[in-house]
Design a protein. Structure first.
Length: 561
């Protein structure tokens, strides 16, 4: 086996084996099949990257198919959000399909099942069905309606379709084997009565196919060659294949279902049901709350799409479920933003700095580099004046030798500007420092021109000119859950682990170049972290979300606890 072959994951190995066994390359076709009953989360992002990535690698089409078989929970809003998420990640589908496109064909096939004695209408209550289905260690028993005549089944099934019966009175079941060790094979439900408005078919149907029936047949109708899904569908594969056996034409491609492990992310939940709970109970502001594990939440927080794609590539494909530390995702975000985010200056915990020997009323516009990672360096102008804001943490009256920021009697450089020396402080009646007074070296200006000073000092701090500073709301996020695996203890409600300090809203000050920043624009606030403009931002009020810090500080916090 070549080095290239050894590097293939097990799903790619399956594809390669099928190609060697005669599957024509032009018959390869993949799909991403979301149910439009919620917003996509980070787990879906991995599945998107997998399927669309295979499409790119094998130059094969990838369908986007909405498995819209449950109108009680599905909405057009979710369809639109899913499409936006996939496009934002940088992928394009070959065909936009819906299981509802195939409702008539699925119904016609179901009628054929009845005629061949492979399906029947069951009129038991759900409680009666649960009892006769058995348990994993006890075989099931046949329904009393299992031997209805073909004629009676056809009549009842058509009347179900026509809306003559109430919900819950009848279902259509496949006739397989009530003694099968796989409980999914014990006469599974194919259709149930649902008198609900469907977001695409309106009120045309009163019966809707179950996912297990619709999914594999939709793959077949679209001629999907490989249907990849997560491990919880492994027991469903036998049923997937049984349904295909009943309709398969040997002249066509037969879809192959194979399973890979779900990637769970620490300090998050990725169940759409639980995410919906968080939204409906207002623990978060919506599906796109930047603390959520949804793609829309990550986008709003400022995660670049390429970072999510790199994360999916880094964690790879596995055969066993595993818990991925969220810090790995944040590392991928940090790596991407380091290359792309402009550097700007902002102060989030300000204290006033007065340069006593700087001329009153004077201002300078200094050159500041935008991003040191640029191949060709570009610069912007930042205003400098007598009174500045600096971070309160960047000053100490008395400090040890390891503190290289501003203290009384020592020097530090103001980023892109001058070297200053701390002289004295002014305090309020409670002893809190309200002003720091310093002097500056007039010949110490930094920059790239001939006037630039070559003087070196150990510390550099950032600042903003008070006269020119723009006030901004800054939202600082922490983990939404305090527990590494909030789903880990099934006896405890996951909401008990919600972090009450997951959001801190503060007022900061930013340099004036950010006045024109637009929604989702991303920046590095120098020495503070990466931030992006939030959708709530307006021309009157700038709002920023903290995307990620400059380094992983959370691991240090956890190690101390």
């Amino acid at each position: 086996m070549s080095t290239e072959e050894k590097s293939l994951n097990f799903l790619e190995q399956i594809i390669e084996e099928d190609l060697k066994n005669g599957l024509a390359p032009n018959k390869l076709r993949f799909r991403f099949p979301p149910e439009p009953n919620g917003y996509l989360h980070v787990g879906h992002a991995s599945a998107i990257c997998l399927n669309f990535g295979l499409g790119i690698d094998y130059q094969a089409p990838v369908n986007l198919r909405f498995d819209d078989t449950n109108p009680a929970k599905e909405e057009q809003e979710y369809v639109d959000a899913i499409k936006k998420d996939i496009e934002w990640l940088g992928y394009q589908w070959a065909n936009e399909c819906y299981a509802s496109d195939y409702f008539q064909q699925l119904y016609d096939w179901a009628v054929e099942f009845i005629k061949k004695g492979k399906a029947y209408v069951d009129s038991q209550t759900s409680e009666e069905m649960a009892k006769q289905k058995g348990t994993p260690t006890q075989v099931g028993t046949n329904s009393p309606y299992r031997d209805r005549s073909v004629a009676e089944n056809l009549d009842l099934f058509e009347r179900m379709k026509n809306g003559e019966f109430e919900e819950g009175t009848h279902i259509l079941r496949a006739k397989i084997d009530m003694t099968s060790p796989n409980m999914l094979m014990r006469d599974p439900i194919m259709y149930r009565i649902l008198k609900k408005h469907h977001h695409r078919t309106g009120n045309d149907w009163c019966i809707y196919p179950m996912y297990d029936w619709a999914h594999g047949e939709s793959d077949y109708l679209e001629q999907i060659s490989h249907s990849f899904c997560t491990l919880e569908f492994l027991p469903h594969r036998e049923l997937y294949d049984w349904f295909l056996d009943q309709v398969y034409d040997e002249t066509k491609v037969r879809p192959k279902q194979r399973e890979f492990a779900r990637r769970n992310l620490s300090h998050t939940v990725v169940s759409k049901r639980k995410l919906l709970q968080l939204v409906e109970e207002k623990h978060v502001t919506g599906w796109d709350d930047p603390r959520m594990s949804t793609i829309s939440g990550m986008r709003r927080r400022g995660y670049p799409p390429m970072a999510i794609r790199n994360f999916a590539k880094t964690i790879g494909i596995a055969k066993r479920d595993n818990l991925i530390d969220v810090s790995l995702l944040e590392f991928c975000v940090r790596e991407e933003l380091n290359k792309t985010a402009p550097r700007v200056m902002a102060v989030l915990n300000p204290v006033k700095l007065v340069i006593t020997n700087y001329p009153d009323g004077q201002e300078e516009w200094l050159d500041a580099e935008n991003n040191p990672e640029e191949e060709v360096m570009t610069y912007r102008k930042v205003p400098f004046s007598k009174e500045l804001y600096i971070e309160r943490e960047d000053f100490q009256e008395e400090a040890n030798k390891k503190f290289f920021r501003l203290t009384l009697g020592t020097e530090v450089r103001l980023k892109n500007a001058y070297i200053i020396k701390g002289e004295r402080v002014i305090k309020d009646e409670n002893g809190n420092i309200t002003e720091i007074h310093c002097t500056y070296d007039t010949d110490s200006r930094s920059g790239s021109g001939t006037e630039a000073s070559q003087r070196k000092v150990k510390g550099t701090i950032h600042w903003v000119s008070i006269q020119h500073a723009i006030s901004a709301e800054v939202r600082v996020y922490d983990r939404l859950f305090t527990h590494e695996s909030p789903d880990g203890n099934k006896e405890i409600d996951f909401k008990e682990f919600i972090n009450p300090n997951s959001l801190e809203v503060i007022t900061g000050y930013v340099e004036p170049s950010l006045q024109s920043a637009k929604n989702l624009d991303q920046f590095q606030f120098q020495r503070l972290g990466y931030f992006c403009v939030d959708k709530d931002s307006t021309s009157e009020k700038l709002v920023f979300n903290k995307t990620v810090g400059l380094r992983d500080t959370w691991a240090k916090v956890e190690s101390k606890e």
